[in-house]
Design a protein around this ligand. Structure first.
Ligand SMILES: [Zn+2]
Length: 257
C-alpha cells in the first residue's frame, strides 16, 4: 500500500518553495511508484538538470517526467518551450508524464500517468510569448491540456487520495500500448475515435451512434473525404487489438471500461 504522506523531514534546510516541492514529490514518486509498462518498482532518478526527464526504468528504459502541483488536478498543466514539446511529440521522443497533486497538509491527492503515445500536438497549447521586458523576452512556453486526452489514456495510481491496485493499472495500460507503434496520423485517429466512444459512454453502441461524430471529425480532418470509411477502419483497428467485439448488425461492444 502506498503511503500518501510526503516526507516533510526531507525539506529541512531548504527555504525555496519550488525546491522543497521538487524534493518531496520526487522522493515520494521514487518510493511509491512503479513502471506501469513492466511493473518495476525502482524508478531511477536522472541527474539533476538533465533536460530529458526526471525518472527512468532500468528494466524497460521508459522515461518519465514529473509535474507536481498543490491543490486539485487542473486541465491545463504548465510545461516548457512550445516548439521543443511539439518537436519531441512529432519525433516520438517525449517522455511519459506523471502528474501529482498534493494537499495543504502535504498529502498526495492524485497521482496519474499519461503515456507518451497519448501525446498528440493538439493537446499542447501555445502560450503568449514573454513580454519584451522579460528576461527571456519572446520565449514561448506551452500548456498541456489534459482535458483533451481521453480517459483511456489517463492512468491513475492515486485518485482523490484513494490508491488503485497495480494489476488494474498495468492491465489497462497494456490494453492501450499498441497505439505507440502507430504513426502520428493513425495515432491521432485512434485517439479521436476513442474520445467519441467516451462521449457515447456505453459499453454497447451502434454504427449509427458513431456516425453522429462525422461532422465533428470532418472539422478536425477537413482534407479527408471519407470520414465514414475512416470510422469503420477505427472500429476494425480496435477489434483487432481485442478492444471491441463485433456483435453483428452494426452493433459493437467495448471490452474496456
Ligand atoms: Zn519498466
Amino acid at each position: 500500500m502506498m503511503n500518501l504522506q510526503l516526507d516533510i523531514a526531507l525539506a529541512k534546510g531548504y527555504s525555496n518553495n519550488s525546491q522543497i516541492v521538487k524534493i518531496l514529490t520526487e522522493h515520494w514518486v521514487y518510493k511509491n511508484s512503479f513502471c506501469p509498462n513492466c511493473g518495476n518498482h525502482y524508478l531511477n532518478k536522472f541527474e539533476n538538470n538533465r533536460p530529458v526527464a526526471d525518472f527512468y526504468c532500468d528494466k524497460c528504459q521508459e522515461e518519465f517526467e514529473l509535474k507536481s502541483k498543490k491543490g486539485i488536478l487542473s486541465n491545463k498543466i504548465n510545461d516548457g518551450a512550445y516548439s521543443t514539446m511539439i518537436e519531441r511529440i512529432n519525433s516520438a521522443n517525449n517522455p511519459n508524464f506523471f502528474f501529482l497533486t498534493y494537499s495543504k497538509q502535504w498529502s498526495v491527492n492524485d497521482f496519474m500517468m499519461i503515456p507518451k503515445h497519448f501525446f498528440t500536438p493538439d493537446i499542447i497549447i501555445q502560450r503568449k510569448p514573454l513580454s519584451m521586458t522579460a528576461r527571456r523576452a519572446g520565449w514561448v512556453g506551452c500548456n498541456i491540456d489534459i482535458s483533451r486526452v481521453p480517459d483511456a489514456g489517463k492512468f491513475f495510481f492515486v485518485r482523490g487520495a484513494k490508491c488503485i491496485q497495480q494489476e488494474v493499472i498495468q492491465e489497462s495500460y497494456h490494453k492501450m500500448v499498441f497505439i505507440r507503434g502507430k504513426n502520428i496520423d493513425s495515432k491521432g485517429w485512434i485517439i479521436d475515435f476513442i474520445k467519441c466512444l467516451e462521449v457515447i459512454n456505453k459499453q454497447e453502441f451502434s454504427l449509427k451512434e458513431v456516425y453522429k461524430f462525422e461532422d465533428t471529425l470532418r472539422v478536425k480532418y477537413p482534407e479527408n473525404n471519407f470520414i465514414k470509411d475512416k470510422i469503420r477502419q477505427q472500429l476494425q483497428v480496435l477489434r483487432d487489438k481485442g478492444l471491441l467485439e463485433f456483435l453483428g448488425n452494426g452493433n459493437y461492444k467495448k471490452l474496456w471500461k
